[in-house]
Design a protein around this ligand. Structure first.
Ligand code: PAF
Length: 285
């Protein structure tokens, strides 16, 4: 595996592969890799492309009171993992390499970025879309992979690529969970044993909510209320949001008649976890 922290060198390495007719796949990450990331890499490898993984904890997407400073980092462990996973090139730029001067140019996907996590984390998605556009311009991939645990992020990036006619395909990869249902996240390391146990209520309440919809419940507000009550009954988690929204455009849903996204963000102590489920419904006849 080759690795570089330098944009010019990365461009050279990728250009060589392109000249040889290789397709380029990009898996953008913030490091501290887990099985979820490795699944993205596996999906990228299966395309037969030259696989580039980027590791960059992007300051632009963290608010002033968020966990940028304490976000877990371990570059050498990550480098070993991606090498074992068969990645061709690891790109791990510094903040100075990515942002040599204060940024005055941003990419913003409006509307989609105002709801769910966007409502609670102003500026977060602008930071994500700006860094992802930079990575797309730097690496120039033919295909890029994103986990659907950050479903809103995945939709926003898909929309950015479509609105700006960027010449690449965005692929979403389903959430990877622990055996007991907890969605994998780099932030899970911050949970105490007790919080981790309580956090299982997130995936369980989503599963039960799906069951209710499959059994005919069509009221989005009832589903949200059911999850809210379940979480507050069985944990100390503080709810940021629990919302049922249209799975394609995140618009508000009253009656569940099309595929919906049930999305939630809940704080356990100082750790904010997100999880979601997309539920398809049979049209009523
Ligand atoms: O999902 C993430 O890890 C980040 O938001 C991303 C896409 C790498 C941009 O910093």
């Amino acid at each position: 595996m080759q690795r570089t922290a330098n944009i010019t060198e990365l461009r050279k390495l990728v250009a060589e592969k392109k000249r040889l007719g290789k397709a380029i796949a990009l898996v953008p990450t913030m490091g501290y890799l887990h099985r979820g990331h490795l699944t993205l890499i596996e999906n990228a490898k299966q395309t037969g492309a030259y696989v580039v993984v980027s590791i960059f904890v992007n300051p632009l997407q963290f608010g002033p009171n968020e966990d940028y400073a304490r976000y877990p980092r371990d570059l050498e462990r990550d480098a070993r993992l991606v090498e074992e996973a068969g990645v061709d090139l690891l790109f791990h730029p510094s903040v100075e390499e990515m942002y040599p001067q204060p940024m005055v140019t941003f990419v913003e996907v409006s509307q989609l970025d105002k709801v769910l996590c966007g409502a609670n984390r102003p500026g977060h998605f602008r930071g994500v879309t700006t860094v992802v556009s930079k990575l797309f311009h730097i690496v120039q991939p033919d295909i890029a992979f994103f986990g659907q645990k950050d479903y809103q992020q995945y939709l926003i990036i898909r929309r950015m690529v479509s609105d700006l006619n960027l010449p690449l395909e965005v692929r979403g990869v389903p959430i990877v969970r622990e055996e007991d249902g907890l969605a994998l996240s780099s932030r899970n390391v911050f949970l105490s044993a007790e919080q981790r146990q309580e956090a299982l209520i997130l995936s369980r309440s989503l599963r039960e909510a799906e069951g209710l919809i499959k059994n005919g419940e069509r009221s989005a507000r009832e589903i949200e209320e059911f999850i809210r009550k379940t979480i507050s009954r069985e944990s100390q988690g503080l709810v940021d949001y629990i919302e049922v929204r249209d799975a394609d455009d995140l618009s508000d849903v009253v009656n569940i008649e099309r595929p919906v996204l049930i999305a939630l963000a809940v704080r356990f102590g100082s750790t904010r976890l997100i999880d979601n489920k997309v539920v398809e419904v049979e049209p009523d006849v």
